[in-house]
Each structure stands twice: as structure tokens, then as C-alpha cells.
Design a protein around this ligand. Structure first.
Ligand SMILES: [Fe+2]
Length: 457
């Protein structure tokens, strides 16, 4: 993804530039309005591809100060200045003060040497697809909805639902039955579509948790699954922003509420396993659910700070594999799984680095529970978040050890095959596996939780 830093003091121009760069290139746009903001961004953000500065409208001195700072810090990032300023360096090029957006985009393409092939890959198409199931979660949308008809020479987008018309759920069901996976909106409305989805889901969550006794557990699980999957899609398609953080925070809060309020684990577990929800969601929910009792049984965490400990566990359960969207990728847990996997080289790189990638993301997440990034980084047993450890390391954070043991058990539960497996055989397998005292201690707490609930399973 192209990363562009804009220093544009005019709010309106800044928004216009940001929207265009984002919708044309899918660029990550960092905006600054003061010298200090620009300095901090240049120092803290790695891999900025291009800087856009306003060199007119009274911002000339500001532009020169930023460029001097870049020189001083030896950061010769390609810079385009809109307007003429008195500054000559190879990495800086002046553009007309009143350049048209279209021409500015062409200048960026030229400056960054983006080939036609690469441009085709990064340019956002005119219509953006959204998974069909999202259209069941909202009732209408403020722009037209299209279906894609694949043609030999040029794909065709055909309008099927008019702006602001109520969605016909029967029509959506027919699409689903016919195997249609996505509906499309024109690219300029794609953020509005995410916004509509987010606000609808947050409203549903609020409604359910205001009157949770009025809703059956199946509905609560379905809603929780929807909001987990939406958070995952949001974080992976548009990254961290105010809206995505709002959505993930609401989903995590909801999941914490569900697992805390549950007095009987058995019936909920049964419903969860038979639910159609995603594998990733089930794994996250089950880890959170077992954490409640395991944390209570361990003497590692202060009992008067139980809520804080649980918040960490739910947060890390929710986030630790969030960048692995495909189910077969989440199911890779070891070097040998990775070696045998049919995943592409790019996917294999993502799997190898996912703990580190998510830990970095969480490092930027506002008000993440303290230490959560470290737990996530270590969740495959390595301290740098890269690869899979082949031994169980006792020098990891206590929360990480809890996560590793519970996750291993949850994965076995999700793969449970009643003709081959029994709870007893699974438990004895894990006693052979987790021989280190700290891991065994978590396993003891987990086993006593499970056996306490076994009759209800
Ligand atoms: Fe993982």
C-alpha cells in the first residue's frame, strides 16, 4: 500500500486530497497541520513513499521548515510541493499552486515510478464488492447497489437495488442460493457503506445488551459472530481508524459481557459449536469463555483485578489472529503445518509474521489493555512474533501461557470427532504435551473447569 504524508493547512483541501488519494490508489494517507505533527509523523512512521506539501496560501515557511527537518534527519522522501518555494534539493519538486487533482495524481504516479501494471493492481476499481451477508445486516443504503456480470471483454455492473430502497430479503436469499458472493457499490460510496454497517451493528449490540434477557442465546451468538467478522474485515480492508476502533471496541465489550454473564458454560458451548459462525469467531469466543474460569482458578493474577485480567484475555483472543482471514490459514499452528500447507508464498509470509504484524497494529490501537501487544507477539511461543516455536518456553508472559494452553485445547474441541475422540483422550494428550510446570498449571485449571462442566456438555 502506498503511504502518503500530506501537510495541508486548509481543512477542506486536505479532506479532498485525502479522499482522492484514498479512492484512486487505496493509499494510506497521513495528514498533518503543524510542524510538530509533521516531525513526529516523519520520525515515527516507517515507509512513507511520498510527501505532499502546500507551498502557498501562507504555508511557505511551514513547508520549508518541514523540508529542512527532512534534510537534517536524512529522510530524503520524494516530496511534491504545491506552489513555488525557495528550496532546492533533488528529492523535492515544485508543482503549480492550483494544480488539478487529476494532474496531481498523475504527478504522484510519475514521481513514484508506478508502472501501468502496478497501477492497475493498486488502483481501486470503479465498483467495490461487499460480501452478500452484509446486506442482510442493513435495511437500505443511500446509493445504488449493483451485481457483477462477468463478460468476455469487459465486466458489466448492473443496478439491482435503487438508492434508499428497502432491501428485499427474499431477493437477497435468492442471490445467496444461486451462489452469488458479493454485491457492489460505486467506489465513492464504499466508506459510507462501511459506516452504515458499523452503525447498524453497534445499534444491534446496544439493543441486545440493554435487554439481553429478551433475546435467545442463538441470536446473541449470531450477532456476536457478525460483529467479530465485520471487525476482522474492517481491520483488514481499511485498517485502524476512528470507526474501526469503535466497532472492534463494541464487539470486544459485547464478547466480554457474554462470557462474564454466562452462568452455565455447557448449553452455550453446544449452541456455539452447532452455530454456522466462522471458525475464527468460534475460536475467539471459546478462548474468552474458558479464560473466565481459568483466570479465577489460577493464583497468578490479583483477584481484585479480575476484570482487568479478563479484559486482556478477551482482547488478545479477539485480536491475535485477526489478519488471518482464510480459515485454512488460521489452522496452521506449527512449522510442519506451514511446510505442508498449500498456501501461496505471500500467505506463508503472512502466517509466519502474523503475531508480529498484529502486535504492531495493537501498539497503535487506542486504549488497548496494557501488555496485550506483547501477549499477541508471543502467542506462537517466539519472543519476536515471527514463526512458531517448537518448544514451550516458560519465559513468556503469564497471559501468553494461558492463551497458548487454552487455544491448543479449543482447537482440539473445534476439530472434535466423536467417533475417534473422547474428552479423556484429549486431556491425557495435553498432559503429555504440556509438561513445563507453568503450562501444566494452566492445564490443571482448564481441566478442572471442563470436568466441572463436562456433565453439561
Ligand atoms: Fe496465531
Amino acid at each position: 500500500m502506498i503511504k502518503i504524508l500530506i501537510l495541508e493547512p486548509d481543512e477542506h483541501l486536505k479532506e479532498l486530497l485525502k479522499a482522492n488519494l484514498n479512492s484512486e490508489f487505496g493509499a494510506e494517507v497521513l495528514c498533518c497541520q503543524t510542524l510538530n505533527q509533521a516531525k513526529a509523523t516523519l520520525e515515527n512512521e516507517a515507509d512513507i513513499d511520498c510527501v505532499l506539501l502546500r507551498g502557498s496560501l501562507g504555508a511557505e515557511d511551514l513547508a520549508i521548515s518541514v523540508l529542512n527537518f527532512m534534510l537534517y534527519k536524512k529522510l530524503p522522501i520524494k516530496t511534491l510541493v504545491m506552489g513555488e518555494i525557495d528550496f532546492e534539493e533533488d528529492f523535492v519538486r515544485m508543482l503549480p499552486e492550483k494544480i488539478q487533482i487529476k494532474d496531481l495524481l498523475d504527478e504522484i504516479i510519475k514521481e513514484l515510478n508506478i508502472s501501468d501494471q502496478k497501477l492497475a493492481a493498486i488502483t481501486i476499481p470503479d465498483y467495490v464488492g461487499f460480501k452478500l451477508h452484509y446486506f442482510f445486516q442493513i435495511n437500505s443504503f443511500s446509493a445504488d447497489i449493483f451485481i457483477l456480470i462477468k463478460k468476455k471483454h469487459k465486466d458489466q455492473y448492473v443496478k439491482r437495488i435503487l438508492a434508499n430502497d428497502n432491501f428485499d430479503k427474499n431477493l437477497l436469499l435468492k442471490y445467496k442460493q444461486s451462489g452469488l458472493e458479493e454485491l457492489y457499490v460505486a467506489k465513492e460510496y464504499r466508506h459510507q457503506f462501511w459506516d452504515a454497517l458499523i452503525s447498524e451493528n453497534i445499534n444491534r449490540l446496544k439493543e441486545v445488551f440493554k435487554n439481553s434477557n429478551d433475546f435467545p442465546e442463538e441470536y446473541i451468538i449470531e450477532l456476536s459472530n457478525d460483529t467479530y467478522n465485520l471487525s476482522q474485515d474492517l481491520l483488514n480492508s481499511i485498517g485502524l481508524n476512528e470507526q474501526t476502533v469503535k466497532m472492534t471496541q463494541a464487539s470486544i465489550k459485547a464478547m466480554t459481557g457474554i462470557v462474564k454473564s454466562m452462568d452455565k458454560m455447557g448449553p452455550l458451548l453446544k449452541k456455539l459449536l452447532s452455530n454456522e459462525g466462522s471458525y475464527a469467531y468460534k475460536k475467539c469466543h471459546l478462548i474468552s469463555m474458558f479464560s473466565v474460569d481459568v483466570l479465577k482458578k489460577l493464583d497468578w493474577f490479583p483477584s481484585d483485578k479480575f476484570d482487568e485480567s479478563l479484559n486482556i484475555m478477551v482482547f488478545v483472543s479477539f485480536m491475535h489472529d485477526i489478519v488471518l482471514i482464510k480459515e485454512d490459514l488460521i489452522k496452521i499452528h506449527s512449522k510442519i503445518d506451514l511446510y505442508r500447507s498449500l498456501a501461496s508464498d505471500k500467505e506463508k509470509e503472512l502466517i509466519k509474521n502474523h503475531a508480529n504484524i498484529v502486535a504492531t497494529l495493537v501498539g497503535k490501537y487506542p486504549r488497548a489493555p496494557g501488555g496485550a501487544d506483547n501477549v499477541i507477539k508471543q502467542h506462537h511461543g517466539t519472543t519476536n512474533g515471527i514463526g512458531f516455536s517448537e518448544v514451550y518456553n516458560s519465559n513468556l508472559s503469564k497471559y501468553t501461557i494461558v492463551l497458548i494452553v487454552i487455544e491448543a485445547f479449543v482447537i482440539r474441541i473445534l476439530d472434535f470427532n466423536s467417533s475417534e475422540d473422547s474428552l479423556k483422550s484429549i486431556i491425557s494428550h495435553f498432559y503429555e504435551e504440556f509438561t513445563q510446570p507453568s503450562y501444566k498449571k494452566v492445564l490443571d485449571a482448564l481441566v478442572s473447569t471442563i470436568l466441572g462442566d463436562a456433565k453439561k456438555l
